[in-house]
Design a protein around this ligand. Structure first.
Ligand SMILES: [Zn+2]
Length: 388
């Protein structure tokens, strides 16, 4: 079954070979979807016939968002903590333990239903690819089940046993790193594609982070790192040195950190929802882009420090507060997000790519930043199937 989507006022392809600029913009465009893939892209006047047709009525079509950083296997919420923080208290990594207690107490069915609910919420907002981390179990069994549950919904699963030191190991962090790099890794590796660590004061230092990432890599997991979020530190340099797909947060960077990212294949993934929700200073996307680094945007959706699943919100904040142009922010939320997951089949509207598409109730992708907070989803296709 093929579908011709025609009457596209403005099409973001992310292929400069197809259209104008880095977004590869095509006006008065059409796309043919065949099965779960894109079969044809070009001007509407030249479009081939298909079994069915859909009139976009002059609206903008873009690749579905690629959210390359989330923490969605959890139970409970932290409304009270957020309320307290917004009433004058500060954020530290320790609040994660509140969610750990609630997650351990939840059944598999509860965790699965909660994850499905948030993935559906993201899909309604145009997100068609989601990476999902463990990290609220912190025991061998609880981390393995988090990844098993996540793997039922997405291939982008990340082992984050090294989120914080488990409460049982408060007096023995070295013992916890031994568990994370040993028995817990053995139980989790079969369900994970990536290995991650929260490299930060109050979580794991550079040596501990290196141990976690190299042990994961030895088991075939590819590193990604929570790096330089709350303070300057070794996370970014470690990510680049170990060939991580992504260094995430990148809020406190030295000139050397920026240069290292610019000279590497490691994507700098910025998560403005975290700074928004902790009332902290935003990362400087302009500095990274001007240096030549690849910049992705992601939600960091989690119940503690960034409880948003909205990529559109992240785009709007990145444009208003982080020095990105609307074009750069949309590219970061789609094509560069895909690069942060080392995926070539999502994040573009090109022949052979997955038919993951977002139709906006607007004539241009610029409206994602121009109309902040407004629900602009008109339709969403995932794997060629109309889902919204
Ligand atoms: Zn995170």
């Amino acid at each position: 079954m093929s579908t011709l989507i025609t009457g596209i006022g403005s099409l973001v392809t992310n292929d400069p070979g197809i259209g104008a600029g880095p977004l590869g913009l095509v006006e008065d465009a059409a796309v043919v979807v065949d099965g779960d893939r894109i079969a044809w892209v070009g001007p509407a006047a030249a479009a081939p016939a298909a079994d069915e047709s859909f009139d976009a009525a002059g609206r903008a079509l873009l690749p579905g968002f690629v959210d390359s950083h989330s923490h969605l296997v959890f139970a409970g919420d932290r409304t009270a903590e957020f309320n307290a923080r917004m009433s004058g208290q500060s954020y530290s990594a320790g609040g994660i333990r509140t969610t750990v207690a609630a997650t351990r107490a939840a059944s598999d069915a509860e965790l699965d239903a909660n994850l499905a609910r948030f993935l559906r919420e993201a899909l309604r907002q145009g997100t068609t690819t989601v990476e999902c981390k463990s990290g609220y179990g912190l025991t061998v069994e609880d981390e393995a089940r988090a990844l098993r549950i996540a793997a039922g919904h997405t291939p982008e699963t990340t082992y984050l046993g090294a989120h914080v030191v488990a409460p049982e190991f408060a007096d023995d962090p070295a013992g916890y790193v031994e568990l994370v790099t040993g028995e817990m890794l053995d139980a989790c590796a079969p369900h994970a594609k990536w290995v991650d660590v929260f490299c930060e004061r109050g979580a794991f230092d550079g040596d501990q982070a290196r141990a976690v990432l190299t042990a994961g890599a030895a088991r075939g997991l590819v590193p990604r790192v929570h790096a330089n979020q709350l303070s300057y530190g070794p996370g970014v340099q470690l990510a680049v040195e170990l060939g991580a797909a992504s260094a995430d947060h990148c809020t406190h960077l030295t000139d050397e950190d920026v240069a290292a990212l610019a000279g590497s294949d490691t994507v700098a993934t910025l998560l403005p929802g975290a700074e928004f929700s902790t009332r902290a200073a935003y990362p400087n996307a302009r500095r990274l882009l001007d240096a030549g680094a690849a910049v992705a945007l992601s939600t960091d959706c989690n119940p503690g420090s960034s409880f948003t699943s909205s990529m559109a919100f992240c785009i709007a904040v990145a444009v208003r507060e982080m020095g990105m142009t609307p074009d750069e922010a949309v590219h970061a939320a789609t094509a560069t997000g895909a690069r942060a997951l080392r995926r070539t089949d999502v994040g573009t509207v090109t022949v052979g790519a997955r038919a993951d598409l977002l139709l906006l109730d607007a004539p241009s992708h610029v409206h994602l930043a121009y109309r902040p907070g407004v629900p602009l989803t008109a339709a969403v296709w995932r794997n060629g199937v109309r889902e919204v």
